[in-house]
Ligand binder design. Structure first.
Ligand SMILES: O=c1ccn([C@@H]2O[C@H](COP(=O)(O)O)[C@@H](O)[C@H]2O)c(=O)[nH]1
Length: 310
């Protein structure tokens, strides 16, 4: 079962953090742009190669210290079909390095259409990307999620359903009140009910939730609603979320959340904290340092709260 395997890896590595592969153009170092674009900034094939080479270097520096990566499809889709091929290559490479792949694609549509999405992202047949998990948008309702659930139950896959997102404007709709509860609480209840009857050896089911690390109070409330669902927590670092906000996102067993950082890791060489020690050519090493620092900060706050899983 996906979540059991993920938990084994988390415990083995003593690390609840995952690295977001979001190759923003501005983060990619100039020496790589010079080498791969050769002055042709609009050449899609060269851009795609650039995305791949940049991401591969990041993966090479973190694959042995983090359990999973979260490639964000937007930064590849941005460059059309060559970008999407680069996305597939990045996922394939990370997989070969032993990382779990949680593709951040936020899919959601009517059930028959999601069937096709689920085949591509979570299927194992020819032409499938065969990720381990994806993010799913729940606003078309339960039947839109069913094709993904089938892959979780029968195919060892996982999903993370958007419940309370990390962006400031998540309040616009997710915080509205309906029948005496916030919309995100209704979404959480749906996540609980979708996961019922599918608990793995560690007490968690493969139907997870995206819960932003930028809303501590809501994160803690959601933890008490979704006890057996794993959280994917974005918002750490670049969006202002910090380790001290996160212990309440974990259960008493010291498990229950994986924390994502994208820009804060892959663009660490640009940050004041790391700039002195790493130049743009050592962006991979800077990413590794930042990933280790993030691991240690989160673990230290969990220890202070007696939430240790190993
Ligand atoms: O609620 C959400 C859901 C997804 N994301 C995605 O996570 C990363 C965050 O990147 P940072 O650079 O660490 O801010 C990015 O891919 C988002 O699309 C999110 O931020 N919040």
């Amino acid at each position: 079962m996906f979540t059991d395997k993920l938990i084994e890896r988390i415990i083995e590595m003593k690390n609840h953090c995952i690295v977001g592969i979001d190759p923003h153009y501005n983060i990619i170092p100039d020496h790589l742009k010079n080498q791969y674009l050769k002055g042709e900034e609009e050449n899609a094939e060269n851009l795609a190669e650039l995305l791949y080479v940049f991401s591969k270097e990041i993966i090479d520096h973190i694959y042995d210290i983090v359990p999973a990566v979260k490639p964000q499809i937007a930064f590849f889709e941005r460059y059309g079909s060559s970008g999407l091929r680069a996305f597939e290559r990045v996922c394939g490479y990370a997989k070969r390095k032993g990382l779990f792949i949680i593709a951040d694609v936020k899919r959601g549509d009517i059930g028959s259409t999601c069937e096709a999405y689920s085949h591509y992202y979570l299927g194992e047949g020819p032409g499938s990307l065969a990720c381990d998990a994806i993010t799913v948008n729940p606003y078309l309702g339960r039947d839109s999620i069913d094709p993904f659930i089938e892959k979780c139950i029968n195919g060892d896959k996982g999903i993370f359903i958007l419940v309370k997102t990390s962006n400031k404007s998540s309040v616009d709709i997710q915080d509205l009140t309906c029948d005496g509860k916030r919309i995100y609480e209704h979404a959480a209840e749906m996540v609980v009910s979708l996961g019922k009857g599918h608990k793995g050896a560690r007490g968690y089911n493969p139907i997870g939730a995206v819960v932003g690390g930028t809303f501590r109070e809501e994160g803690e409330k959601l933890r008490s609603i979704m006890k057996a669902n794993y959280f994917l927590v974005p918002g750490y670092g670049a969006q202002g979320g910090s380790a001290s906000d996160l212990p309440g996102y974990f259960n008493e067993d010291g498990l229950g959340s994986i924390i994502n950082s994208s820009r804060g890791i892959i663009g660490a060489y640009l940050l004041y904290k790391y700039k002195r020690d790493y130049d743009e050519k050592s962006y991979g090493k800077a990413a590794r340092r930042a990933a280790l620092d993030m691991r240690d900060e989160i673990n230290s706050h969990l220890e202070k709260n007696d939430k240790v899983a190993w």
